[in-house]
Design a protein around this ligand. Structure first.
Ligand SMILES: [Zn+2]
Length: 444
């Protein structure tokens, strides 16, 4: 069955086009007709600016339970991590499903149509596998289906606490023991229409060097995305130097982890040689600016990485906020503060990072553009809200990226199915209540 949408304004990758009719059949865009001033009879009318669906390339769904709580007091990434571990200790497959369903529904309300879930809470506390060893990963895949968005489950190898250190008591439930055991468990996971399976290396701290190639080989064999937290903290760089005499990036390069299907998350504290290795190998960079500023990580060299050939994507990571428009502008605004010059990325480039390049980093190559053949994933931003009213519609992309927030999302459509209509989630009736209940259940 073909459904026609009429877009009052559409972002076509280079410019805002007024009056666009778009046909969708079996979850894909089959025709895009410009110059359509009035809606065709029977068309679904989307007022505002329709963008390709946003891709949240880096998420830890359970961190959403920390919102607010971790803003009391001072500290560093490492003190924040203790609070985060206390929450991880309490997760069960049921409570994680309830929380992730609500968090993914919040994402849909923010125009996000695909999430990359960097998932490492695999086993019961203490490290005992569940009856289904993938019960936690399956809970996340089901949660995404229930919330109506796509997921790439980046199943994460997390085997050690530090270089040569066994997992600590919190980390026992993250560990499969060896990369081979990790691979065996992951190989059972099945892809579905809304779900892809990818791999992740938690960090060079968490996977011993001699086992990195096992994870990289697993991803290579399946042509699956491979993500890795990389140089988020200077302490990781120092420890890596001490043990291996090189940077984390050099270590990954040495063990065959870098390449076009690999994405380094954060890529914050890099040397010039690291930047060349990442860019030259086509390895992607996922920036998570709202988390990086929240955790006082620092500002990564995104401009230099992109110039060297690293495609950029964006993620809300710890979910201090869930707003990809904020992530996009924060990348540019951080660079302005550092360089005291403006215009490092255009709104078009920021939207590409927030959509097409983010989808590609998650293995959804045919998603993130409004053109025939692409998956019918899109979101509509109001241009008549208190934040967005005023600018000319042809500046809709600049307005959306630099002034709109997640609160301006009116519609979210995934695979041709309306998930958010007029700001209301169609599958999860009361998202704030679902969030409160799920977070309350995890409170100590
Ligand atoms: Zn992360």
């Amino acid at each position: 069955m073909t459904r026609t949408y009429w877009l009052e304004h559409a972002w076509l990758g280079t410019h805002v086009e007024p009056g666009v009719a778009m046909d969708v059949t079996d979850g894909r865009i089959t025709a895009v007709r410009t110059g359509t001033e009035t809606p065709p009879p029977g068309a679904e009318i989307l007022r505002g600016l329709t963008l390709p669906g946003l891709a949240n390339a880096h998420s830890h769904a359970f961190h959403r339970a920390l919102r607010g709580t971790v803003q009391v007091g001072s500290g560093t990434f490492w003190t924040w991590r203790e609070v985060m571990y206390a929450t991880a200790d309490r997760l069960t497959p049921d409570s994680y499903h309830a929380l992730a369903r609500a968090v993914y529904a919040e994402m849909a309300l923010a125009g996000i149509t695909a999430v990359g879930e960097f998932h490492y809470v695999h086993h019961a506390p203490g490290g005992t596998p569940y009856a289904d060893p993938n019960a936690m990963g399956e809970a996340l895949i089901a949660a995404a289906a229930d919330a109506g968005i796509r997921i790439t489950l980046l199943d994460t190898a997390y085997l050690s606490s530090g270089f040569g250190q066994p997992p600590n008591r919190h980390q026992l439930r993250f560990s499969d023991g060896t990369a081979d055991a990790w691979a065996e468990r992951c190989s059972v996971l099945k892809e579905r229409d809304h779900a892809r399976i990818g791999a992740a290396i938690h960090s060079v701290r968490a996977v011993p060097a001699e086992q990195l190639a096992t994870v990289a080989g697993w991803a290579e064999e399946r042509r699956a995305p491979l993500h890795v937290h990389l140089s988020e903290q200077t302490a990781e760089n120092e420890a890596c130097h001490e043990v291996h005499g090189c940077t984390p990036t050099q270590l990954l390069a040495l063990h065959g982890v870098l390449g076009p299907r690999t994405t380094g998350v954060h890529n914050t504290h890099l040397t010039a040689e690291d930047i060349s290795l990442i860019g030259g190998s086509g390895t992607g960079t996922c920036m998570c600016p709202t988390t990086e500023r929240d955790l006082a990580d620092g500002i990564g060299p995104a401009v230099a990485l992109q110039n060297e050939g690293s495609p950029l994507s964006l993620g809300s990571d710890s979910h201090a906020v869930i707003d990809l428009l904020e992530e996009a502008r924060a990348m540019e605004l951080n660079e302005r503060l550092r360089s005291r010059t403006r215009g490092h990325w255009t709104a078009a480039a920021l939207l590409r990072a927030a959509s097409a390049d983010g989808h590609a980093a998650l293995g959804w190559d045919d998603t993130g553009t409004l053109e025939a053949g692409a998956r019918a994933d899109f979101t509509t931003i109001a241009l008549d809200s208190v934040r967005t009213a005023g600018p000319l519609p042809r500046l809709g992309a600049e307005t959306a990226v630099f002034a709109a927030t997640a609160a301006d999302v009116r519609h979210t459509v995934v695979a041709g199915r309306h998930i958010v209509r007029d700001g209301a989630h169609q599958l999860v009736p009361d998202v704030p209540q679902a969030l409160s209940r799920a977070v309350e259940a995890l409170r100590s």
